[in-house]
Design a protein around this ligand. Structure first.
Ligand SMILES: [Fe+2]
Length: 476
């Protein structure tokens, strides 16, 4: 059932993975229980317990319910953009994916409601065609998800987690499914960003995101030499493995992502009109699509520059990282700044390599997720100002490397040496190659369980609905 990925408009979220949410969509402030659970069990030492697996699944479902709660049946069934699925497809796909991996692949009996492979397998139909499928209505989709979950929990009760099954190595397949649901939360937020109706933004961001920001200018320097990238955690995905020792030349990388203010200067300096700043593909892209600003930016004659955030019109915050730019726009702006995009190896070293200790960390500040160090998991429904969350800096001194915005890198999505596809080639392997660029670091909408420094996201260089920005680097 392998199909060509290039004509299906899939994103990585539809292959397997997923993203998350720490807080409810109302901008509350409580820590992300699921993220903590996932992070604790990822290492496999001690092995994941059934209680931790139940908790991870339950928290993912709660995040999905919270995200979709403000939406009515029409919101859920409409296709808001041909780039995205109707939200109700994502919802039932979450249930289908769970049925496939936690029931069928583990030899459990499936619920009476089912038989949806041709509708909800992401490889079966491109997104633009999904509104024409016989989709479950929202209430039926929820019932399907609930039926599957009930069967999954019943099966888990009697399951031998020590059984000789690669899917059960440290209960990997439960991490796969819980992360997948969380990742679809971010996919659904992309849909909500593309639709015109406003999604409630909640009250206010957590206090830690409102601290007076540091003035973050300048670069961190890596003097060159050996470092390590990748992960050997049992819940890491195949494309992150194995830990790989590399050697790199000296380089400098910005302490922070490029801000809206800087990008506005790029526009004011005729950045979109200066062909020499663009690759030929990028120039062709922006001219044919008539692109002259990041997605969602507008100009109001009285209010100046404004933007649409989840359907809400607001003034453009100068000091936030720019988001909703394609790889081509990021590449051109970096060139305008006299720099370039970092390779993903350079990015990961800056995010997680600790030169004095000669080891990597799972988050920029260490191996344990801490809520106040990163803007992830929908704590606020947008990036934090550059310079906030100073305790989230990496050993090399870079900020905002977990959360806020995904960051485009210069790198194509390729396998690390000694890569082994697991649990199936359609997760990563079929997407390796020059068509996809790597994004790193997670966004404000990404679960901290996924916004780890080794996590590799990928997408086409034309994509702009992602919560993505960039930072710059240069060779020394
Ligand atoms: Fe999916």
């Amino acid at each position: 059932m392998v199909r060509s990925p290039n004509n299906l408009r899939l994103s990585m979220h539809e292959k397997l993975l997923s993203t998350d949410t720490t807080e409810p969509a109302d901008g509350g402030g409580r820590p992300n229980v699921n993220a903590r659970e996932l992070q604790e069990v990822r290492s496999g030492n001690p092995p994941a317990s059934k209680e931790q697996l139940r908790s991870a699944l339950a928290e993912a479902r709660e995040q999905t319910r919270t995200l979709l709660a403000p939406l009515n049946a029409e919101d859920l069934t409409a296709q808001h953009s041909t780039l995205m699925s109707p939200l109700v497809w994502d919802l039932a796909h979450i249930g289908w994916y769970e049925e496939y991996w936690l029931l069928r692949k583990l030899g459990a009996s499936t619920p009476a409601r089912g038989g949806f492979d041709e509708i909800y397998d992401a490889f079966s139909n491109p997104r633009e065609d999904r509104p024409n499928l016989p989709l479950l209505e929202p209430a039926a989709a929820w019932r399907y998800c609930d039926d599957v979950r009930a069967s999954v929990l019943e099966h888990l009760d009697g399951l031998d987690l020590e059984a000789d099954n690669p899917l059960l190595g440290n209960a990997f397949v439960y991490g796969l499914v819980s992360q997948h649901e969380l990742q679809h939360n971010e996919t659904m937020l992309q849909t909500l960003q593309l639709r015109t109706q406003p999604y409630p933004l909640g009250t206010e961001a957590p206090a830690t995101l409102n601290d007076e920001p540091l003035l973050l200018q300048g670069e961190a320097v890596f003097e060159g030499g050996h470092a390590e990238i990748g992960s050997d955690h049992t819940w890491s995905y195949d494309n992150e493995r194995p830990i790989t020792r590399i050697t790199t030349e000296p380089y400098a990388i910005d302490l922070a992502p490029v801000t809206n203010a800087t990008f506005e200067s790029f526009i004011a300096d005729a950045g979109y009109d200066t062909q020499s700043l663009w690759t030929s593909e990028g120039w062709s892209y922006i001219t044919s699509e008539a692109i002259s600003a990041p997605l969602g930016w507008e100009r109001d004659s009285s209010a100046g520059r404004t933007r649409r955030r989840l359907g809400n019109l607001e003034s453009l915050p100068a000091e936030e990282p720019v988001q909703h730019v394609s790889w081509y726009e990021a590449d051109a702006c970096a060139r305008w700044l006299g720099k370039r995009l970092p390779t993903e190896t350079e990015w990961e070293i800056a995010a997680s390599w600790d030169p004095p200790r000669q080891q990597t960390t799972e988050y920029p500040w260490g191996d344990t997720f801490e809520t106040d160090r990163a803007n992830v998991g929908r704590r606020s429904l947008g990036p934090a100002a550059v310079g906030s969350l100073p305790s989230g800096a990496s050993a090399l001194g870079c900020h905002h490397m977990s959360g806020d915005v995904w960051e485009w890198t210069a790198s194509d999505f390729l396998a690390y040496p000694n890569f082994e596809a697991f649990p199936y080639k359609e997760y990563s392997e079929v997407f390796f190659g020059p068509d996809h660029k790597v994004l790193r670091g997670g966004s404000w909408a990404t679960s901290p369980a996924i916004a780890r420094t080794s996590f590799r996201n990928w997408d086409y260089p034309i994509r702009r609905q992602l919560f993505v920005g960039f930072r710059c680097a240069r060779t020394l």
